[in-house]
Structure formats: C-alpha cells, structure tokens
Design a protein around this ligand. Structure first.
Ligand code: ATP
Length: 643
C-alpha cells in the first residue's frame, strides 16, 4: 500500500537524487495526511514520503531526513534545546498582508470566517495574480528560515521576523502557504502523533534496506521486519529522545545496528516514567499480590532529572525536558556535596522540594512555583530546595533502565550520600500489609507529602519505562482516599466576563483536555467559583495577551459559548468531585458514549507551569476516570442493597 502512495507524493518540482527535498513534496504529503482520518493510512503516506527522502539523498546525507522529520513534527531541535515556534497571530497577519498586497482588515475578516490562518494565507496567495513563477522552496531553505525566525530576538526582532516570513510566503505555491503559516503558529494540525512519525521513520528505513537487498524479503518476513523495526525505533527514541542522534545512527548503522549506537546519554533528558492513580490500598494489594513492591513518599515538589556528564558539567531537566539549571542554580551548587568520589557520570530521577530554612520541614509545591523560571541568582533565593532522589537511570557509562528497581536503588544509595537540607533518598518502606501501608501513608502526609508512590521492586516489571504512565508505579494520594479522585491538568481555552464587581476581569473560564492523537483540545467544563479577587486579577493579567476572537482551529468547541477565546497555552490543575456525560462539552466524545464528558463542581488547585498545553490530561484518562466513578457507584449501590 505504501508503494502505491509513492506516485502521489512524487510531485513535480524536479526532485532528483542528490537534490534538496522540495518543500512542495512535503506539503503535498501533509495535505494527503490531513485528508484522511485513518491512522494507518496517515502512517503509510508519511512512510512513502520518508522512503523517497532516504532514497533520493546521497548516502552520507542524514540532514535531509532529519530536517524532513523535524518539519513533520513541527520542531526545530530536540525539546531540551528549546528553540520554539509559536508566532503570534498579528505578526502573521501582517506578513500575509505584505506578501499578498491584501489589507489587514480583509485578512482578519477571512480569518473570522475560516478560523484557520493557514487556509487564509493559502487562499490569499491563490487569489493573487503572479507574473513570475517563484523559485520552488526546498526543505533545507524552509527549515533554516524557520530557525532564523525562532532565534531572532532583541531589538527590532518583530520587523525582522515579518520580513523573513514575508519572503517565505512570497515563494509559496499550492499548499505551501497553508502549512508554513501553521508551522509558524506552532501547530500543523494534520493529526499526526509523534508515535506515528516514529513508526513511519522505522518503516521507511526498513523498506529502503529491503530495496537494496539482492534477495528481497517475502511478504510475511517483511511484515515481521516492519513490526520489529518500529518497536526498535520507538524504544531507542524513548531512551534517547533526540532525532539529531537517532536519525544519523539509523542511516549509518541500519535498523539492526541502531540500538548499539543509541543509548541513554547524560545531557539528553529522557521522558520520565509516570504513575497510574489508585483509589484504595486494596487496589494496590490486588495489583502487587505476591510481588515484591516498595512504598515511597510522594513528595510535593517539582520533578528534577539531574544529569552529570563525563566532563563534569551538570544539567537539571523538568518533566518536560526543559533545562532548569537556570531556575535552580542552588541545586547545581549543592550537587557535588552529595556525590561520592566513585560517581563520575549519572542520570538521577528526583523531586526538588522546598524546605523551611530553620526547621527543615517540607513546604508545599507553591513555594517553588514562586520562583522565576530563568536567571535566578543564588543570592536572591528565599526558599531552600532539597533534592529527594528516588531512582538512578545511568551510572558511570552504563544505562540502568533494564535493571530492577531494587538494583537501581541500591546503586543509588551506594553512590550518593545524604546531606542535611540538600539531598536525601526518598523515604521508603517495603511493608506489605494494608496496615503497614496505611501507617506509612499517614506518616507521609504528616511529613508534608502528597501521599505514596507504590512501585514494583523486582523482576522485569520493575524496569524503568521512559515516557510511560505505567501500571508498575501507582500513586496513592490522601485525596483519593477521601474519595476526591485524581486531579486533571486542563488548558484554559476561553473566558467569560465577570459580573458585578468583576467586570474588569474574567469571572469564569472554559477548560479543555488535549487529545494528542487528534491534535485537538476538547472542551470539558466551565469553572468560576472559588477564585479570590486577587486570583482573578492575576489570571486576567496572564490570559489577556492570549485573547482571540475565534476559537483556534484545533479547539473542538461543542456547545460552549465563552465571551472570549484564548490561545491554548495556560495549564491549570483542577480537582473534581464528579464527572458526568454532557451534551455541551466534547471531551472524550465517542469513548464512553457519543456525548462528551464534563466535570461537575471543578475546583482550581494551581497553575501548572511545568506543563505545556500538549501535556494536558488526555480524553482516555478522562474516560477512565468516568468509568471508575460509574463502577464505584454501582458497587456502592450493591453494597448498600446487600446490607
Ligand atoms: P500529577 O499527578 O500532578 O499530574 P504527574 O502527572 O506529573 O503528576 P504522576 O505520575 O501523576 O506525574 O506522579 C508522579 C510525580 O510525582 C512525579 O512526576 C514526581 O514529580 C512526583 N514524585 C514525588 N515523589 C516521587 C517518588 N518517590 N517517585 C516518583 N515520583 C515522585
């Protein structure tokens, strides 16, 4: 099937072997992907395109594939380097106006109608008569221009950006303007999840290898190879999430040689392992019956992945792979004191927690969130931060992901030592009975923690699983036991003007969850009670610059009617007592029923500035919570009936 697609993406534009990849071929591919909703088909189209890229670039060229992949996921560098697109609407409108000669007001009116600036740009281009055909855009040129735009800062940077964008737009043909503008906005909206991109890379590399073989694989063998390759590439990438490393290695060493050349590397943050919520200690015991497990304090701070490189340098990354070394210069200073001499390079998984200077008591997360995210000076620091280490993922040249937690933990304790108020090992207890867990849970709460993390301790079920919300890690929060349920991380997508005293601020907000597969925000509830005047003012200040007249095209609105829309950016942690089916909101539509799911009586907990909009709770999690609640209710009823 992939082969038959080859012809479709192989568009005009003189794409010969050794020539740069035409941007037209890439955008044609995007258009084909966008036109289908079938995941397998999307992957097959992308595979066909990437195969062409591999086959038409010279053997020592890995840049072509690398840049094509980056443009497919709309990034310009690995996450932790943090070169980001996300150009504001008004700047883009200006550039479209300048390159097409249409007036700002006409473009704005079009945008109101279409809701997609990419489409508006494309239509504006196509309605324009051109005398000369512009020189076709190429992937390397577009990539370099986007990077230029992202890196331009300082004096008159706006004007510089507009000028680069205007030039790009002037050269656009066919679909190109649509996707360039969407790239610049920061969202391609073709419904291509990063996982499918990894699969497509693996498939394309396998097919390219097969083409070169003198005896080609038979159908069954090829299918098996494709499957094996995609598992391989996904797993390698989860350990070393950098296309800069993975793609050249893939092209040089092939699918089979990839694993050997791409291993977890200090300096490249991996996506952290996450936990599943549990409601009751009984549930923990059901899950871990007859298995060795451990309970650890669930500290209420910020996840910190600490890397020490062979050259002695130290980097601290957030759960989002952002470099936090500038936020925590004190942690960087403290670190050498807790490392033993035998410890040369490592990757440590830990929680950074605020503590009281005089009493050394743990303080809640809010204390840390007051810190600026950058350029913190050690002498200005008020709250002290202590690091609680709970896992060791790499030590002195060796990745430890495929060691049991028991082994990783003993290596951790062997190679680090506690320093009062600066570093400690996460407090743990390997108790096994309900009573023991209950006692430890109460202790953790008394000590200022959120509850417990319960983890599989031995066998391959205790391996570290990067980027997975794993069933081998359970979180047991005190809130769950009170029947409150887990919190959700939701994106603020709309605002309702306040009434009475609150007319100068928003009085309520529309929230959404994020479906990463469909790349869309799905509305889930309106939240408007429990905010102080002061809080409303600060939310207003933060959200006002994100105002938009129409919902952005990737917001699945349903029946919600806020007064104003926001660029989806700000993430709030929200607690709810109750979920229900809703004819208005769109979260998880089709997962439980045709109707969506909404939160009743949502309560604001805090801003999650360590999460981006893409990290918001997904619709599957919402549906899971809804179903758990329905199950608990029916069991409750049964119990009552039986009494
Ligand atoms: P949240 O529940 O706030 O959404 P999350 O999605 O960031 O958290 P979870 O999997 O729910 O992640 O909970 C795990 C988080 O708890 C970790 O990311 C880490 O920051 C924190 N944590 C605190 N103590 C521990 C511990 N001992 N082991 C693992 N994680 C811990």
């Amino acid at each position: 099937a992939a082969m038959s697609r080859l012809k479709e993406v192989d568009i005009k534009g003189g794409w010969k072997t050794g020539a740069p990849v035409p941007y037209g071929a890439l955008t044609k591919t995007f258009a084909l992907i966008e036109a289908t909703t079938k995941r397998l088909e999307k992957t097959a189209i992308l595979t066909a395109f990437l195969l062409l890229v591999i086959q038409r670039s010279s053997p020592d060229d890995s840049k072509s594939l690398l840049q094509a992949v980056y443009l497919c996921i709309n990034r310009l560098s690995p996450d932790y380097v943090g070169i980001e697109l996300g150009i504001g609407e008004s700047l883009l409108i200006k550039a479209i106006a300048e390159s097409t000669g249409r007036s700002l007001s006409v473009i704005k009116a079009d945008l109101k109608k279409e809701g997609d600036l990419g489409l508006v740009a494309m239509n504006s281009k196509n309605s324009q008569k051109t005398l000369f055909k512009p020189k076709p855009l190429t992937v390397p040129f577009v990539f370099a221009s986007l990077k230029d735009i992202a890196l331009t800062s300082g004096h008159s940077s706006q004007a510089k950006k507009v000028s680069i964008i205007t030039k790009l737009l002037a050269a656009c043909q066919d679909f190109e303007a649509k996707y360039i503008v969407r790239s610049l906005e920061g969202k391609l909206r073709i419904g291509n999840a990063e996982k499918s991109v990894l699969v497509a890379i693996a498939h394309a590399a396998t097919l390219a290898e097969n083409e070169k073989r003198t005896r080609k694989y038979g159908k069954d063998k090829l299918e098996a190879r494709l499957e094996e390759a995609s598992n391989n590439v996904k797993s390698v990438y989860s350990e070393l999430p950098s296309y800069d490393e993975v793609i050249p290695a893939l092209l040089t060493h092939g699918i089979d040689g990839l694993r050997e050349h791409c291993k977890l590397t200090p300096g490249v943050p991996l996506k952290p392992m996450l936990a599943k919520p549990t409601k009751a200690i009984g549930e923990v015991l059901d899950r871990f019956e007859n298995k060795k497990f451990t309970c650890e304090y669930k500290y209420d701070g910020e996840r910190a992945q600490v890397h020490k490189l062979d050259d002695g340098s130290v980097a601290i990354f957030s759960r989002n792979s952002e470099d936090m070394s500038k936020k925590y210069p004190d942690l960087v200073d403290q670190l050498p004191r807790c490392i033993k001499e035998s410890t040369k390079s490592f990757v440590l998984d830990a929680e950074a927690v605020a503590i009281d200077r005089t009493t050394s008591k743990l303080m809640p997360f809010q204390e840390l969130s007051r810190r600026k995210r950058k350029d913190v000076k050690v002498e200005d620091i008020q709250v002290r931060v202590c690091l609680f280490g709970f896992d060791l993922l790499y030590l002195n040249g060796q990745p430890l992901l495929k060691h049991s937690l028991a082994e990783r933990r003993s290596l951790l304790r062997e190679h680090f030592h506690a320093v009062e108020g600066e570093f400690d090992f996460a407090k743990s207890s390997d108790g096994e009975t309900t009573d023991e867990i209950q006692t430890f849970l109460e202790e953790s709460v008394k000590d200022g923690c959120e509850g417990l993390m319960v983890k599989m301790l031995e066998s391959d079920a205790s391996f570290y699983e990067p980027s997975r919300r794993s069933i081998n890690w359970l979180k047991l929060k005190k809130d769950y036991l009170a029947g409150v349920g887990d919190s959700l991380d939701l994106v603020v997508v709309g605002g309702y003007y306040g009434k009475g005293k609150r007319t100068n601020v928003y009085g309520a907000f529309l929230l959404a969850c994020y479906d990463a597969d469909a790349e869309e925000f799905q509305t889930i509830c309106k939240i408007g009670t429990g905010f102080s005047e002061e809080a409303l003012q600060s939310h207003y200040d933060l959200l006002k610059p994100l105002e938009m007249e129409k919902p952005r095209g990737d917001i699945k609105v349903g029946g919600a009617k806020p007064d104003i829309w926001f660029e989806p950016k700000v993430v709030w942690e929200v607690l709810t007592a109750d979920l229900s089916l809703s004819p208005i909101y769109t979260a998880g539509q089709g997962l439980v029923e045709d109707r969506g799911i909404s939160l009743r009586f949502p309560r604001f907990l805090r801003i999650r500035d360590d999460k981006s909009a893409d990290d918001a709770t997904g619709p599957e999690q919402v549906a899971e919570m809804y179903e758990r609640q329905a199950l608990a209710q029916s069991q409750g009823k049964k119990k009552k009936g039986g009494d």
